[in-house]
Design a binder for this molecule. Structure first.
Ligand code: SF4
Ligand code: SF4
Ligand code: SF4
Length: 316
């Protein structure tokens, strides 16, 4: 990972010094282990702040919406697809961007690491390609990265950026035959009562903090439906119906747009697997419209266009 960090720093410095971009968006090492933070840099002398390892799970595309300056940005597969979605939805212009592509080996699931070290305090993590060492006050343990990846990364089939201006390294081999939707199929196989019980149980600890919404680059409406008071679409309490309404509506707003970056799930303070909602819709748009979000700048999303041979059963 050190090579990636060096290459990102060099690239950002060059782009800022040459005046190709006004700002460079990347990650810096977090003040808490496994929590690297987004950083926006406009001074070429400060590019040494930039950092890369497998704890860069927040989606930087969040910082692009409606910007008018020229921007350099690092992008993995899922983040580059969010950038494409942003361009298609007229939130940023492609010509404003210089995308520095990162062939991605996946992000570490920090909750799985906490479980693996039995919730002892983690002081630092050092990564060395496929392995990483977790250090605490009185312990040091080595893990294989592939055993502790975030679920979305373990089932990712677009690890390389789909849109970029330059890459920090050669593309990684894309995994073949990934079973991305096994968990969704299990839920589909439940009867409606079981499914209702499953989702009720899943969301019962939701505190309506909206971190999942805020972490998602797709949620850029100036006023979110949950914050509207005239009319009030959904109650503000943690009444289960209000909570479920929030989750269903948020997921539907992401239909055909979600790139399964995992940021929403990563930031949830109570560990709710909110991707269970968006993954179902990702599966549906794939099966019904052969569509995966953000793969091409030249194709309009399925909910944006109409074709005579579109799936129409739900209308009839
Ligand atoms: S979903 Fe894919 S591209 Fe995105 S961080 Fe995980 S492995 Fe990388
Ligand atoms: S809904 Fe979640 S997984 Fe999908 S793009 Fe938004 S943050 Fe990423
Ligand atoms: S981040 Fe978690 S607790 Fe907060 S609103 Fe989303 S699901 Fe609920």
């Amino acid at each position: 990972m050190r090579e990636y960090t060096e290459k990102i720093r060099e690239t950002a410095k060059r782009l800022l010094k040459d005046g190709k971009v006004d700002v460079f968006i990347g990650y810096k090492k977090g003040s808490v282990p496994m929590m690297n933070e987004p950083v926006l840099i406009s001074d070429p002398e400060k590019t040494d702040l930039l950092y890369w390892d497998s704890n860069c799970g927040l989606n930087l595309c969040n910082y692009l919406t409606k910007r008018t300056d020229r921007i350099g940005i690092v992008a993995t597969g899922c983040n580059s697809r969010n950038i494409v979605t942003h361009v298609i939805e007229n939130q940023i212009k492609r010509e404003q961007l210089h995308i520095v592509g990162i062939p991605c080996a996946g992000m570490i699931d920090y909750r799985a690491v906490q479980r693996a070290v039995k919730f002892r305090e983690i002081l630092d993590i050092e990564e060395d390609n496929e392995r990483f060492t977790v250090k605490g006050g009185d312990f040091e343990e080595v893990f294989d990265k592939k055993d502790l990846l975030q679920e979305n990364c373990a089932t990712c089939s677009h690890c390389n950026p789909v849109e970029f201006d330059e890459m920090v390294a050669e593309p990684v081999e894309e995994p073949q035959g990934v079973e991305s939707y096994r968990d969704v199929t299990e839920i589909e196989d439940m009867d409606s009562e079981q499914r209702w019980g499953f989702f009720n149980e899943m969301t019962s600890s939701c505190i309506r903090c909206y971190a999942c919404r805020n972490a998602c680059p797709l949620c850029y409406c100036p006023t979110c439906f949950v914050d509207e008071s005239k009319p009030q679409w959904v109650g503000k309490s943690i009444d289960p119906i209000d909570t479920m309404t929030f989750h269903f509506l948020r997921a539907y707003h992401c239909a055909g747009r979600c790139t399964d970056c995992g940021a929403c799930e990563r930031v949830c303070p109570v560990g709710i697997p909110v991707r269970q909602f968006t993954k179902k819709l990702n599966k549906d748009v794939l099966e019904l419209f052969s569509w995966e979000a953000g793969l091409s700048l030249d194709q309009r999303p399925p909910l944006d266009v109409y074709k005579v041979d579109d799936y129409n059963e739900f209308i009839k």
